[in-house]
Write a protein of this length. Structure first.
Length: 86
């Protein structure tokens, strides 16, 4: 989840193109924008938190210091009677 610390308007087109590219490559699975437009929520399919951090920090709005991401690893819910899947 990101929280904007400045006005990202100048970088929205570049951000959209970068996220679209990551989506096409299967890295970004899901994108939501906060209702008040103060940031976004992205679901990434990456092997680890370090890769996730590098991915989001390379996005134009973050690269220009206008947003920061809080990263939370998540898992698929367990199947009935089973253990979680990665």
């Amino acid at each position: 989840m990101s929280t904007n610390s400045g006005d990202p308007t100048a970088y929205l087109a570049d951000e959209g193109a970068a996220v679209e590219d990551l989506t096409r490559r299967g890295v970004v699975e899901w994108v939501l924008v906060k209702a008040d437009w103060s940031g976004a929520v992205l679901l990434l399919e990456v092997p680890d938190v370090e890769t996730a951090r590098a991915t989001v920090e390379a996005l134009p709005i973050a690269a220009h210091g206008l947003t920061r991401f809080d990263l939370t690893p998540v898992l698929d819910p367990p199947a009935p009677g089973g253990s979680p899947t990665g």
